[in-house]
Design a protein around this ligand. Structure first.
Ligand code: KIV
Length: 275
């Protein structure tokens, strides 16, 4: 089913033009109410494949499907008016060939109204990025720690320390030259992130990278303190909603068991017609 989305005021071109200017504020979102909250303050909202871990309880992002991304993408689109909506291409939906990537990117954009897609990979994905961009698909690249490659990398480790920094810098140059409008730098040393930010012409969006990136992104459930299965060093908790929710559920359970809830103001009587 296709869904028509309103034209968003921020486009990939507008985000691209923010290189070196005021930092880009980016967050993930997976639902309509959270997208509405993010829209007021964010330039870019990512429907991240992190949805698999934070909302669906999956052990990694590898099991996330196109159908899951489309369902959450449609929900997020209903909550956005201003921010650019970017949607992640799930593992297995783009790596095989440029044609496969285009088919699935076009489906994600057509069925959700996203203004761009994000995919993981540097030099080896450059040809695919060029293919997509040439066919009207704005691409946000994602290099450094690429969670979909967790099995190949051997864990969620910092990427680009020492000599390995050269590889990440080449990845950054390759995706920028291929036409990506911005690039996520995940879990790379701050000095390397600074070097890349100075070297390439597109905005860098850091997560566990550097305060000098052109923008920052966090997973919404992480920064709200809702997802506490594990907490990487780069996550700052701006709220503690899991703790608040646990307290609220405990209070509710106690009041139900002691018959203090519902109170008179929460029930209806014969004497209140019209309510
Ligand atoms: O899936 C996701 O949420 C992401 C961000 C961490 C950048 O890719």
């Amino acid at each position: 089913m296709s869904q028509s989305a309103p034209v968003k005021s921020l486009t990939a071109t507008a985000i691209r033009a923010r290189k070196g200017a005021e930092p880009l504020v980016c967050l993930t979102a997976y639902t309509t109410p959270v997208a509405k909250l993010a829209d007021e303050h964010c330039d870019l909202v990512l429907v991240g494949d992190s949805v698999g871990m934070v909302l669906h309880g999956l052990p990694s992002t590898l099991n996330v499907t196109m159908e899951m991304m489309i369902m959450h993408g449609q929900a997020v689109a209903r909550g956005l008016d201003r921010a650019l909506m970017v949607i992640d291409m799930p593992f297995g939906s783009y790596e095989e060939s440029a044609a496969q990537a285009f088919r699935n990117a076009a489906r994600l954009m057509a069925e959700t109204g996203a203004g761009a897609v994000k995919l993981e990979g540097g030099q080896h994905m450059a040809e695919t990025i060029r293919f997509l961009v040439d066919r009207g698909v704005p691409v946000m690249a994602h290099i450094g720690l690429t969670p979909q490659a967790v099995n190949a990398i051997g864990g969620y480790k910092v990427q680009g320390r020492g000599e390995d920094g050269k590889r990440i810098r080449e990845d950054a140059r390759a995706v920028a030259d291929a036409g990506a409008f911005s690039v996520v730098l995940e879990k790379v040393p701050a000095e390397l992130a600074d070097q890349i930010t100075a070297e390439i012409a597109i905005p860098t969006v850091g997560i566990g990278a550097s305060v000098r990136c052109d923008g920052q992104i966090l997973v919404i459930d992480d920064m709200l303190g809702l997802f506490d299965a594990f907490k990487p060093k780069f996550v700052k908790s701006y709220a503690h909603l899991a703790t608040d929710a646990a307290g609220a559920i405990q209070a509710y359970a106690e009041e139900v068991r002691s018959r203090r809830f519902p109170a008179p103001e929460h029930v209806f009587s014969q004497e209140e017609p019209g309510k």
